[in-house]
Design a protein around this ligand. Structure first.
Ligand code: HEM
Length: 511
């Protein structure tokens, strides 16, 4: 009897193993190279663990054809790594209608509703319509309107850092830039003043930080929702942390207060004012506003607006803070570049009388320094798109079916010596107007590519440039002894400085 049981068990295992082997033949059958596969798991153990993912992608990029095409498996689900800029252009721009969506995980719990309504999670026509309604929020005219709010936060950052420099052996700029971008986005997206730099126990900041912590619980929830979506529905598994409820409530309260009057010219006002011609809003819960003409509607309902406010906070806080932290340590390590940038900033203030929107946007060396920082340390490690219509990859015999995820490896492309001579060297000159022609198209993609790129690129660049300009005009920066090495941390597709970015600040003006 025991022998029969073992025999049956062995047969089941053999069948399952054969099934797994057959599933993992997908890329080989299409002639696409694949790194060695583990039965059943594929490459999921490397793709889902942030520490391993970076090394794995690098190996795939250089050793398994990933700089053009390479196949992965997340368990049995095939994923295609595309590192060739021309193919990326086809997928993300030219043939965008085949790749409009991102890979999303199912979130059946009611408590995740705010997350499912976010722009980055939307698919197909719903995404298209929501993006069209939200895009005017980020035009240069709107950015100009928000400029004073950003300057105010940058001034607070500078005074706080100089105060710390007087009392502490060094200043942790990763922490301080994090508080600056959080205060700015809280002010611009939630309409609240959270003063997290000066607050001893900043509740808002602590809750925002908890979103960025990669815990075993988060990884398990992610795996469960990805691999067993139906079971997740039965057990009502929630993906987001309870902190989401806190931000939802804050956004709801502010929104209601706003509807009764006070305007600040921030994102919240712009989303509340967003209009759409009738018909466009189908599928995104538009609400009719009787005070408007019959041809237009207030485009977004309450929950959709709340979701976008929370999304701006999540997408905008850490990305810009990391960029600033990396820029500051790179400038501290390269005093001659720091001095040249400071010179440009001083000339700008002389010409315009102050730091102005126009001055910031026209400053070429400032732009070059930020772009070079984003090349070396892009906060987003990769882009992803989901195939929604059968697609033949141009110039190959490979055809992929709907449902296949495509990944573009931002970090590896940004450091590929084929495109960037001495890729590890910080050299802002690469991005000066006279050298821009040497850059291969789509090899610098920190904000993504095509119609689904970062909607807030203008805002992020304005915020980063203002913060950096004000900091450099106020203070000389050097690396604190013992903290010269730039350590990076890879987490859930995001790159940020590991530990603090500890600098010595010397004020340039009498206080
Ligand atoms: C230096 C700062 C930032 C970087 C490097 C960055 C980078 C990115 C990247 C790589 C993507 C994916 C693009 C693609 O798939 O092609 C993205 C999407 C997005 N980002 Fe940013 N981002 C930054 C700041 C911000 C800020 C400040 C906000 C909000 C205020 C924001 C909001 C978004 C949103 C909503 C999307 C999804 C767009 C969509 O699906 O249509 N980002 N960002």
């Amino acid at each position: 009897m025991i022998g029969v049981t073992w025999l049956l068990l062995g047969a089941v295992l053999a069948l399952f193993w054969a099934y797994s082997w057959w599933k993992h033949r997908y890329w080989a059958a299409k002639g696409v190279p694949t790194p060695p596969v583990v039965p059943f798991i594929g490459h999921a153990h490397k793709l889902l663990l942030p520490v391993k993912r970076y090394d794995f992608e690098r190996e795939a990029y250089y050793n398994y054809g990933g700089s053009k095409l390479c196949g992965f498996y997340s368990f049995h689900e095939p994923t295609l790594l595309v590192g060739d800029p021309e193919l990326m252009r086809h997928i993300c721009v030219k043939d965008f209608d085949h790749f409009m969506d991102r890979r999303t995980i199912s979130m059946p719990s009611e408590k995740d509703k705010v997350m499912t309504k976010m722009l980055n999670m939307k698919t197909g026509e719903e995404w298209k319509k929501l993006r069209a309604i939200m895009s005017p929020t980020f035009t240069s005219g709107r950015m100009k309107g928000m400029f004073p709010l950003v300057c105010e936060k940058a001034d607070q950052l500078v005074s706080f850092c100089l105060k710390e420099a007087r009392t502490k052996p060094f200043v942790d700029m990763k922490y301080n830039f994090g508080r600056y971008t959080l205060d700015t986005i809280a002010s611009c997206a939630f309409g609240i003043e959270c003063n997290s730099l000066v607050d001893e126990k900043p509740e808002f900041a602590e809750k925002a930080d908890s979103f960025l912590r990669i815990t075993p619980g988060l990884i398990w929830r992610l795996v469960f929702l990805t691999v067993f979506p139906k079971l997740a529905k039965v057990f009502n598994i929630r993906f987001t942390l309870p902190e989401m409820d806190f931000f939802t409530e804050v956004a709801r309260e502010t929104m209601r207060a706003r509807q009764s009057g006070n305007k600040r010219g921030d994102f919240l006002d712009l989303l509340l004012e967003a209009e759409v011609s009738s018909g466009d809003a189908e599928g995104i819960s538009a609400v009719q506003d009787d005070n408007k003409s019959s041809k237009s509607k207030q485009a977004l309902d309450e929950l959709t607006i709340i979701s976008q406010s929370v999304l701006f906070l999540l997408a905008g806080y850490d990305t810009t803070a990391s960029t600033l932290a990396f820029a500051s340590i790179l400038l501290a390590k390269h005093p001659e570049i720091q001095q040249r940038l400071r010179q440009e900033m001083s000339e700008m203030v002389e010409e315009h009388g102050d730091i102005t929107y126009q001055g910031i946007m026209e400053a070429k060396y400032l732009d070059a320094c930020v772009m070079e920082t984003l090349r070396l340390y892009p906060p987003g490690l990769f882009l992803d798109r989901k195939c929604i219509k059968e697609y033949k990859i141009p110039g190959t015999d490979v055809t992929i079916e709907p449902g296949i995820t495509v990944i573009c490896p931002i970090f590896n492309i940004h450091r590929d010596p084929k495109y960037w001579p001495e890729p590890e060297v910080f050299r802002p000159e690469r991005f000066l107007p006279e050298n821009k022609a040497n850059i291969t198209h789509l090899t610098h993609i920190p904000f993504g590519i095509g119609p689904r790129n970062c909607i807030a690129m203008r805002f992020a660049l304005m915020e980063a440039k203002v913060g950096l300009a004000k900091m450099l005009l106020a203070s000389d920066i050097k690396v604190a002894p013992g903290y010269e090495e730039i350590k990076i941390q890879f987490g859930m597709g995001l790159l940020r400085p590991k530990d603090g970015v500890n600098l010595l600040l010397t004020p340039l003006k009498e206080e």
